[in-house]
Write a protein that binds this ligand. Structure first.
Ligand SMILES: Nc1ncnc2c1ncn2[C@@H]1O[C@H](COP(=O)(O)OP(=O)(O)OP(=O)(O)O)[C@@H](O)[C@H]1O
Length: 707
């Protein structure tokens, strides 16, 4: 039989099995629908019953409806590509592997869940250690139709005469396919070195390092899905937090987890970790370096002890016909005394009232002594403590403080200089205060960690009435991501940090607060780092992990994203900033070398338009135009005439973690110049393309390796 006829025959065999699976899926769906309907009927009956029975019936109804809805949701989410693999063992029946475990009415296995131990051989078996797998088959479906199959023979000597083998390389076929807007799951083609990481034990800290395109993100997300499946009891209730570098990135990966049926996972970018804020703007590198530094903790701690800008500078209150007065200096003394107890200011309001009353009593006692009168101290404290004018003074003198408000105070350079004395340099103070001085400016990503630090240092504001938010702002300025948990929830059972090489020390502290009881999966590549002080960040990271054990580390070494031709250029540019073994090995060749075009600043716009057009014509999937952060708007305008939703304009820092079929990189030397770790940022930008890369450069500085 010819190769294509064998393939057709094998596809037909798989189609028969896939058809059975979808028939069963329809039955399970119908059962879940029926259960939901029964649940609702139970609820209706409850109205006429006695109270106790009514309550238990309503509970039962809720549980039935809840479970039925969950089942329906899972079945629907996994519908596409439900079956994707098959294992033929020496003697036993074949095992079909898929996104869900499904049994027929007799409880026989139709599909084994990819996370179940019985499916592990699908990922773990190799020719050296075949685990009794003779043939491994990847099945590619669209809807209910089998499109293609690809086989791997692991035990050639055991292949029976009637076993056919077709195709070559499901992985390479998957890698060659066009990229869309969102990351695809890799569940059908997970490689063994990746599977080892996905299935690593859940406790402690699991670190995943590896160069660009080695699948670190894909692996971390599949690990989250695996852990929730295998350890649902330990991890399911509190949930998993996944932190990524940017909103663009979290959108890009957002489809991977729901398509694996995981709803217990919360995705947040670093600009969204604090409830109520969704920051997307980046500060210039030097400013971000100051804002992320641990030194800012000291500055903030001191700033919140300073007199609030609107606080009255004198107190006058009449008591029994006598005016009791406290001067600015005396009030400051009282303030210092209250802060001396190191209580967060919002928790110290009672103490502040007491200290103020004591100071007033001292004053009254002194007057009484001068006049030779008797004086009842307790009576004064009680009387004044109940007076409205005393409380009116107190709320402005010791107001409830909100993180946003205190951070904005530091836009006043003199105030910041007081708080930063001996901690920041004068140029740093000038830079920081200028950035915080604009009253209407949006928060930047680096500000969010400062606000979160302040939230903790200030202590919680008094409880608000229902329906009001008590986020970082007063009143809240922007809506945050949809929230299903209490605000500032910090009891996640597992935290995944992606692009971890870029977290500043303060960002580590912010994320650590959300994982106080969690185990961690931490993903990163030091060579792609844009944070200039790796030692300080590493110390903050170690502090975040605390005494958690064990700590295991995996390194992924194969670059699945870039063609070898593209990665060669990237590796050349970063040489001197990376050890040889920190660079991955790119497996695919396309024969397309990256194009480097010399452009004059005068024709940059037309050159960009031309290159973008060429790339859109050349690939089926997405085209990314990457430029320096401060050029994004301009390049966006140049390309505004292109009506093609495959085209994206993205700044260097926002390109982290993303990928496109083709990339146009505009003025690479500007990427090197804009950042304190410019060459590493350039390396990130050069490793975003899967197939084609055009670089538009008006000089050669970016090519000079090892600078
Ligand atoms: N086993 C696999 N099968 C199919 N595709 C894969 C596999 N592993 C990785 N890929 C693909 O390779 C690309 C890179 O993966 P991913 O983004 O997870 O890499 P990364 O290591 O996080 O990269 P970076 O450090 O550049 O962000 C993605 O398109 C991913 O789908």
């Amino acid at each position: 039989m010819s190769e294509s006829r064998v393939r057709r025959a094998e596809i037909a065999i798989e189609q028969t099995h896939v058809d059975r699976v979808y028939v069963r899926l329809a039955e399970l769906r119908a059962q879940a629908e029926a259960m939901r309907t029964r649940g609702y009927e139970l609820g209706r009956g409850a109205q006429s019953e006695a109270v106790f029975e009514q309550a238990s019936m309503l509970y039962e109804r809720d549980m039935m409806v809840f479970h039925a809805n969950q089942t329906l949701q899972t079945l629907d989410a996994e519908y596409e590509g439900l079956v994707f693999g098959r294992l033929d063992h020496g003697s036993a029946e074949p095992v079909h592997v898929g996104r869900l475990g499904i049994r027929d009415a007799d409880f026989d296995n139709l599909v084994t869940d990819w996370r179940a131990p019985a499916a592990a051989a699908f990922y773990q078996a190799t020719a050296e250690e075949p685990m009794d797998v003779v043939r491994r088959r990847v099945i590619r479906c669209s809807g209910q139709s089998v499109l293609d199959i690809d086989d791997d023979v692991l035990m050639p000597e055991a292949v029976p005469d009637d076993m056919n083998v077709v195709g070559e390389g499901a992985l390479l076929a998957a890698l060659g396919r066009a990229r869309g807007d969102t990351m695809r799951d890799i569940v059908a083609t997970i490689q063994k070195e990746q599977d080892d990481v996905i299935r690593a034990p859940w406790r402690g800290v699991t670190e995943i390092t590896g160069g660009p395109g080695t699948g670190k993100t894909a692996v971390a997300l599949h690990r989250a899905a695996y852990l929730l499946y295998r350890h649902r009891r330990q991890l399911g209730g509190a949930g998993v937090l996944v932190v990524g570098p940017s909103g663009v990135f979290t959108n890009y990966i957002s489809r991977v987890l729901p398509s694996m049926g995981e709803t217990n996972v919360e995705l947040r970018s670093l600009g969204q970790v604090l409830d109520g804020i969704d920051a997307t703007r980046h500060d210039p590198a030097a400013l971000a370096a100051v804002k992320g530094s641990l030194r800012m903790r000291k500055v903030l701690g001191k700033a919140l002890r300073d007199t609030p800008p609107e606080a009255p500078t004198e107190m006058r209150i009449v008591y029994r016909g006598e005016v009791l007065k406290l001067s600015a200096r005396e009030l400051e003394k009282v303030r210092r005394k209250v802060h001396g107890h190191s209580q967060p200011p919002n928790r110290a309001r009672v103490r502040a009232a007491e200290a103020l009353l004591e100071a007033l009593a001292d004053r009254a006692e002194q007057y009484a002594r001068d006049d030779g009168r008797s004086f009842d101290r307790a009576e004064l404290v009680r009387d004044l403590g109940e007076r409205l004018d005393f409380h009116r003074f107190l709320v402005v003198w010791w107001p409830v403080l909100y993180p946003a408000q205190v951070l904005r105070w530091l836009g006043d350079e003199r105030r910041l200089a007081r708080a930063a004395k001996n901690v920041l340099t004068a140029p740093e103070v000038a830079l920081l205060s200028a950035s915080l001085a604009e009253p209407d400016r949006e928060w930047t990503v680096a500000d969010v960690a400062l606000l979160d630090e302040l939230r903790v240092l200030l202590g919680p504001p008094p409880k608000r009435r229902r329906g009001q938010s008590a986020g970082a702002e007063s009143p809240p300025e922007r809506g945050g991501p949809a929230r299903h948990r209490p605000e500032h929830y910090d009891e996640y059972s597992h935290v995944v940090v992606d692009e971890s090489q870029d977290l500043s020390p303060l960002q580590w502290r912010m994320v650590a607060r959300r994982g106080r009881y969690a185990s961690w999966t931490v993903v990163g590549d030091p060579v792609q780092s844009s944070w200039p002080h790796p030692g300080e960040a590493a110390a903050a990271r170690d502090q975040a992990f605390g005494a958690r054990t064990p700590r295991r580390r995996y390194t992924l070494r194969t670059n699945y994203r870039n063609s070898a031709e593209i990665f060669d250029l990237a590796a050349r540019v970063v040489a001197g900033h990376a050890e040889e073994d920190e660079l991955p090995h790119a497996v695919r060749t396309t024969g397309l070398t990256p194009q480097i075009r010399r452009t004059d600043p005068g024709n940059r716009e037309s050159a960009t338009q031309l290159a973008a057009k060429e790339q859109l014509d050349a690939v089926d999937g997405t085209v990314g135009v990457i430029c320096a952060m401060n050029r994004v708007d301009e390049v966006g305008r140049w390309l505004s005439g292109y009506d093609d939703d495959r085209l994206r304009v993205v700044g260097s820092l926002d390109s982290k973690g993303l990928e496109y079929d083709a990339v146009v990189l505009v003025e690479p030397s500007e990427l090197v110049d804009e950042s304190l770790t410019g060459r590493r940022v350039l390396y990130v930008a050069l490793t975003r393309a899967t197939q084609r890369l055009t670089v538009l450069a008006s000089d050669d500085r970016w090519l000079a390796a090892g600078e």
